[in-house]
Design a binder for this molecule. Structure first.
Ligand code: SF4
Length: 312
């Protein structure tokens, strides 16, 4: 079913601005069209909600019975972020990550958008979006970019590109493509280790390139876009949280427009939470690295970083 022209604009407004959840409410459309839409684009979202303070996690049951998770984080009255999934599971298998234990398939564009729609319709309209849920966004590149266009479109969700962030484990081809997108979407790199040997142990994806090669494409991105890049670093007890690791990391990160985001690890069984976060952060700051520590949401509902899919 193809919808074009002014009808497309009407349908987009109904879906993303009026947030209808039943085509019968779309009375501006002719009855025959509503009937077709009912058949082709069902609006019902099958989900279960778990809450923990200012975090809400939804487990969505997709049409093929796959389950994905998405989280709404309410920072304050002005800011709410949805953490979006882009795959069912993840094929990259990082050793510290609950999501990476299995992989089924990429999400379709409507399955990505459904996560934002759900919170917008029934809880709260988000101001920010992060592609940091289940899956690697650059392995589902085209669908993620199509979803971002709709999130950003003033006639649809109207979320500013600067309020949207993509986090990649470092898919080099994806970063190169993204460099040429010419949009204002933020880029984050999941680094998690300051040397190749350790990174290969934690993140099998890094068997195919070195940190040096990864940082080269990031530098190309920065020189073309003049935009900051956030490097995510999960602190795991006795794995990557020593002062020697902080020293190695500070040597890598001493560049303009590089920023480090420290994330205290949430135990998923094999690894433990670091007790060294404060010292690690202080070391980086003392050595001139712009360092942030991520505010944590949703421990009790397994909605914190690296915990999605724990219960599936
Ligand atoms: S950390 Fe990210 S890239 Fe690694 S397995 Fe988990 S979801 Fe995939």
């Amino acid at each position: 079913m193809k919808i074009e022209g002014y009808r497309l604009k009407q349908v987009q407004k109904l879906l993303y601005k009026d947030l209808i959840d039943d085509w019968d409410k779309a009375t501006v459309l002719p009855l025959a069209m509503r009937e077709k839409l009912k058949e082709n684009f069902p609006l019902k979202i099958d989900y279960q909600l778990f809450e923990d303070g200012n975090a809400k996690k939804a487990v969505i049951n997709l049409k093929d019975n796959s389950k994905i998770e998405t989280v709404l984080m309410e920072h304050n009255s002005k800011r709410a972020t949805v953490c979006v999934s882009c795959q069912v599971g993840c094929p990259l298998g990082c050793s510290f990550c609950a999501t990476g234990r299995s992989f089924k398939r990429n999400l379709e564009v409507d399955e990505i958008l459904q996560q934002v729609l759900l919170f917008s319709r029934y809880y709260r309209k988000p101001t920010n979006i992060v592609f940091m849920g289940m899956g690697e966004p650059f392995l589902n590149y085209d669908n993620v970019m199509k979803a971002i266009k709709i999130l950003n479109d003033p006639n649809c969700f109207n979320i500013g590109a600067r309020k949207i962030s993509i986090s990649t484990a470092g898919i080099i081809e994806g970063i190169k493509k993204f460099t040429n997108e010419n949009n204002q979407v933020n880029l984050s790199i999941s680094l998690h280790a300051p040397n190749d040997e350790l990174r290969r142990k934690l993140m099998p994806v890094s068997n195919s390139y070195t940190i040096k090669e990864l940082l080269k494409v990031v530098d190309d991105y920065i020189s073309k876009t003049k935009r900051k890049v956030m490097f995510e670093y999960l602190l795991i007890k006795d794995v990557n949280d020593s002062i020697e690791h902080a020293k190695q990391l500070s040597q890598l990160m001493r560049k303009p427009l590089y920023m480090v985001n420290l994330i205290p690890y949430n135990s998923t069984g094999k690894f433990k939470r670091s007790l060294n976060v404060k010292r690690f952060k202080e070391y980086l700051e003392k050595h001139g690295i712009f360092t942030n520590q991520r505010y944590e949401f949703g421990h009790k509902i397994d909605a914190a970083c690296g915990q999605l899919a724990n219960r599936i």
